[in-house]
Design a protein around this ligand. Structure first.
Ligand SMILES: [Zn+2]
Length: 319
C-alpha cells in the first residue's frame, strides 16, 4: 500500500476572534506517540503525526487507465463521553469508545472502517484508473478539507467523492448527493481584562466576563436574513476563577451558518466588531483576529426535490 503523509498543520492562534482549533496540547501528543510506539508503530511516523497533523493520504493504482478518483473519509472525534444508557446503540450492542471523554458521535469511526475495508479491496489493483483515499482530520470545526487542499494532496484528482453516515438517511440506503446543508464559519474570541479583589479594589479591575457577556448578547441579536436559512450561535463561554476576584480573562466561541455561502459571510461580518466594541469597555485595545474557519454551502444534488439534513447530534460545533 502506497501511503504518504499529508502536510496538514492545524493553525493554533490565540487572538481575538480567530479560527477554532482543537489540536491537542504537546503533552497529550507525546503520550499518544508513546502509546503508538508501544503498540508497534514506527517512532518516526508517530512523531510525524504528532508534529504535522493526523491526515493520511493513500494512493492506489489500478490495472487499467483513467479516471483518477478521490475518496474522502472524515476521522476526527468529539470531546464527548460515550453514553452508557442502554438505549444508546453502541451500549445496546456491547461496544463503546476506547477513549474516555471522546467519542465518534458524528459516525466518523464508521467512515474510517469503510475507508480501510475499501483500501483492502483496492490493494489488489483490479480496477480502472487510480484511487486516492483521504483520511481527513478536523471536519468538526470545518478546517480539515481546507488544510488538505492547501497541502495540494488533491492535485490530479478527476472526481472527488465525500461520504458521511447518518444525515437522516434510513439504514441500508445510499443517497448520491446532498442539498440544504449549511455554509458555516466558526470564531473564537479572547477578552483580556485585569484582575483585582472584588471587595478591596474593584475599581482597579477590568472585568473580562462582563465584556464577553455583552458581546454574547449583541452577537445573538444579529438580524437573521430574509430569503435564506440562517443560524447564529454562541456555543461556549468560559470566564473567571473564583467568586471574589474580578475576572481578567473570558473566552467565547461563536458560529454563523446559512444555506447561502454569501449570506453566511454577511451575517458573520458583524461578529468581530461587536466583540471589539465590547472589549473596548475593558480600557485596552482588543487583539485583532485572523480569518475564520468554515465551509461553503453545498447545493448540488443529483436527486432534485430530495432534501437531507444532518440529524440532531450532541455538540456538533463542527457541523
Ligand atoms: Zn461528521
Amino acid at each position: 500500500m502506497n501511503v504518504r503523509f499529508a502536510r496538514v498543520v492545524c493553525c493554533r492562534t490565540g487572538s481575538v476572534f480567530t479560527p477554532r482549533s482543537h489540536y491537542p496540547p504537546e503533552g497529550v501528543r507525546a503520550a499518544a506517540v508513546a502509546e503508538a510506539v508501544a503498540l508497534g508503530a514506527s517512532r518516526a511516523e508517530a512523531e510525524h503525526f504528532a508534529t504535522h497533523g493526523t491526515a493520511i493520504v493513500a494512493q492506489f493504482h489500478g490495472n487499467r487507465p483513467e479516471p483518477a478518483w478521490g475518496l474522502r473519509f472524515d476521522m476526527d472525534a468529539l470531546p464527548l463521553t460515550e453514553s452508557t444508557d442502554p438505549s444508546h446503540a453502541p451500549a445496546a450492542h456491547g461496544f463503546r469508545s476506547a477513549r474516555e471523554g471522546f467519542m465518534h458521535a458524528c459516525g466518523h469511526d464508521g467512515h474510517v472502517a469503510i475507508g480501510l475495508a475499501f483500501a483492502e479491496r483496492l490493494d489488489a489493483g483490479d480496477f480502472p484508473g487510480s484511487a486516492r483515499l483521504f483520511f481527513q482530520p478536523a471536519e468538526e470545526g470545518s478546517r480539515g478539507a481546507k488544510a488538505m487542499l492547501a497541502a495540494d494532496v488533491a492535485d490530479g484528482v478527476d472526481t472527488l467523492v465525500a461520504l458521511h453516515l447518518g444525515l437522516d438517511v434510513p439504514l441500508g440506503k445510499v443517497v448520491p448527493g446532498i442539498v440544504g446543508s449549511f455554509a458555516t464559519t466558526k470564531l473564537h474570541a479572547t477578552f483580556q481584562g485585569a484582575a483585582s479583589h472584588a471587595a478591596a479594589a474593584p475599581q482597579r479591575g477590568r472585568n473580562a466576563m462582563v465584556a464577553a457577556a455583552s458581546a454574547v448578547l449583541n452577537i445573538m441579536a444579529i438580524p437573521r436574513w430574509a430569503g435564506s436559512d440562517t443560524r447564529i450561535n454562541v456555543g461556549t463561554f468560559h470566564a473567571g476563577d473564583t467568586v471574589n476576584i474580578v475576572p481578567a480573562l473570558a473566552e467565547i466561541t461563536a458560529e454563523a451558518r446559512s444555506t447561502d455561502t454569501a449570506v453566511c459571510a454577511e451575517i458573520r461580518t458583524p461578529i468581530p466588531p461587536l466583540g471589539r466594541s465590547s472589549s473596548s469597555r475593558l480600557g485596552r485595545a482588543p487583539r485583532d483576529g485572523g480569518r475564520s474557519a468554515g465551509s461553503p454551502a453545498r447545493r448540488c444534488c443529483r436527486r432534485p426535490g430530495r432534501r437531507h439534513r444532518r440529524g440532531a447530534e450532541p455538540v456538533t460545533l463542527g457541523q
